[in-house]
Design a protein around this ligand. Structure first.
Ligand SMILES: Cc1ncc(COP(=O)(O)O)c(C=O)c1O
Length: 510
């Protein structure tokens, strides 16, 4: 697939310094294609030293490597071939530019909310390339999905089927429905018995009957989502269980046209092992034989919904050390200008997760001690990583948090009222493009200010980047304000916020 045409927003490729391989003590095979270092010991991404990226975009920042995303998408395409549908799971990385890249690579989308359906449209997918799968949809969600004409809606429970049936009747529109099934698998240490997804297999006949009762519900698919799958045989076991259901439906005259086996393909963080997608290369042939053996006569489209396995390892978080602390004789800590809450939330959510952190500005320095990396929020539990072998670090040094391309930016919050980081896309020729800017205060405060009316929206626009302007002038209300859209922008320090600042200043002087 051709890379997208050059746009004006792409920054010119900087002069690429000579680069060298990264020392084996840090390197992992999965980064070989895009990581190197220069002779200063500065980490390079696609041949660009990270200090140049930081000089241009600041920290903390996510850097996504476009070639890695495309290569992983192409590997999936190659393994599964043109017959099997691939739907990228938007929930793991919903950046519009990433969705656009995956459209170019021939993917459809698995959307879990109306918001994600809208993102799909914004990224130029056709409604029929979007499926809508989650645990609960309200009537308005279903109105939206049905009116736009999505590929299918997945029902996750008996109540979900009832809701879909009610809405379809109200709209007098047919809805293509897939039922999500929990086949109650037990394979070694893997089990779906405690899963919240889908209708347990013992209740499936009831669910099918219910769907069939509604004249507007067109039951034509089954869906399985297995969570974290670490063995290929899980997909085979799920396929066997689902094909039996397809056969039962066929015997009752119900034509099942699609079968989704979800996502869940592993992607490594730290020293975890993830089976390569090539381990699934016999799957398409095996599946066709399964279909034949079970006497399925109608064409059945098989779908997978990979998420993290496409993007996780293509994302790097760059952050800066802001302070160091010595905690007794042996314990050391550095604090960085990002946090688990605002930048890499999986550090909080996933117990036992150990990100690889590279000393990005000191790749050649000897590792002399173990340390903990603490985030910059005021929560004592908030630690990004522990027991890292690191060189001596001081304020200003850069760290690269590896493998943060999925479930990081999308799950990051504004905890401590901190802006979430920007995202830069990096191309193989070293050009970069800002694909998401940092948050703005006006956006962060809007849900409250809209109802509490403490300050007008126009006024807040002036406070978007407070630290970039002269805060003293704001403090004294000396900043000239432009007239707001609704005429309420008041210059000369009479705005409510300027007034508050003045009161505070007076109080402080007393
Ligand atoms: C329905 C569905 N499909 C696909 C995925 C993607 O999973 P992963 O990122 O593990 O591949 C998810 C994740 O929650 C999901 O809920």
């Amino acid at each position: 697939m051709e890379p997208p045409p050059k746009e004006r927003s792409w920054k010119k490729a900087p002069r690429i310094s000579r680069h060298q391989r990264i020392s084996t003590r840090y390197m992992r095979d999965r980064w070989e294609r895009f990581l190197s270092q220069d002779k200063r010991g500065m980490l390079m991404i696609e041949g660009v030293p990270v200090d140049e990226l930081v000089a241009r975009y600041g920290t903390p920042i996510y850097v996504y490597v476009e070639s890695e995303i495309r290569k992983r998408a192409q590997r999936f395409k190659k393994v599964f071939g043109p017959e099997i549908g691939l739907q990228f799971a938007v929930k793991c990385n919903s950046n519009l530019e990433i969705l656009r890249i995956l459209r170019e690579e021939g993917f459809e989308l698995d959307c879990s909310s109306v918001g994600e359906l809208i993102l799909g449209l914004l990224a130029d997918y056709k409604p029929k390339q979007l499926s809508f799968t989650n645990l609960y949809k309200n009537e308005r969600d279903l109105f939206f999905a049905t009116k736009m004409g999505v590929q299918s809606v997945t029902a996750d429970s008996i109540e979900d089927i009832e809701q879909i049936a009610r809405t379809a009747k109200k709209l007098k529109k047919h809805i293509d429905v897939a039922i999500r099934v929990n086949p109650m698998l037990e394979i070694g240490s893997y089990s779906t018995r405690d899963n919240k997804y889908g209708i347990p297999i013992g209740y499936i006949d009831r669910a099918i009957d219910l769907a069939r009762k509604s004249p507007f519900v067109d039951l034509n698919g089954f869906h399985f989502f297995g969570g974290y799958v670490h063995e290929t045989r899980v997909y085979k076991a799920a396929a066997r269980a689902m094909i039996k259901l397809v056969r039962r439906c066929q015997d009752r005259g119900i034509k099942i046209k699609s079968l989704s086996l979800g996502g869940g393909f592993p992607a490594a963080v730290g020293d975890e092992h993830a089976f390569p997608i090539e381990d699934m290369k016999d799957f398409p042939r095996w599946f066709n034989r399964l279909v034949e053996r079970n006497g399925i006569v109608n064409p059945l489209r098989l779908v997978f919904e990979p998420g993290k396995s496409i993007v996780l390892n293509a994302g790097i978080g760059l952050t800066k050390v802001v302070s160091k602390k010595r905690l007794g004789l042996k314990k050391r800590m550095v604090v960085v200008d990002s946090s688990a809450y605002n930048f890499v939330p999986d550090a909080l959510v996933q117990e036992g997760l150990h990100y690889d952190l590279l000393p990005a500005s000191k790749m050649n320095a000897p590792r002399i001690h173990k340390l903990t990396v603490g985030g910059n929020t005021c929560d004592a539990w908030e630690i990004i990583s522990k027991d890292l072998h690191m060189p001596k670090l001081r304020a200003g040094d850069l760290l690269a948090i590896m493998d943060v391309g999925a479930y990081a930016q999308v799950m990051a919050s504004n905890f401590n009222t901190i802006k979430r980081a920007a995202i830069v896309l990096m191309r193989p020729d070293g050009t970069t493009k800002l694909i998401r800017r940092r948050d703005r205060y006006s956006e962060m405060f809007a849900p409250e200010l809209d109802v509490l009316k403490i300050a007008g929206r126009d006024e807040l626009e002036h406070y978007n980047n407070l630290y970039r302007v002269n805060v003293d002038k704001y403090w004294r209300g000396q900043v000239k304000r432009r007239k707001g859209r609704n005429g309420n922008g008041n210059g000369n320090g009479h705005s409510p916020l300027a007034k508050k600042f003045r009161e505070l200043e007076e109080a402080a002087a007393r």
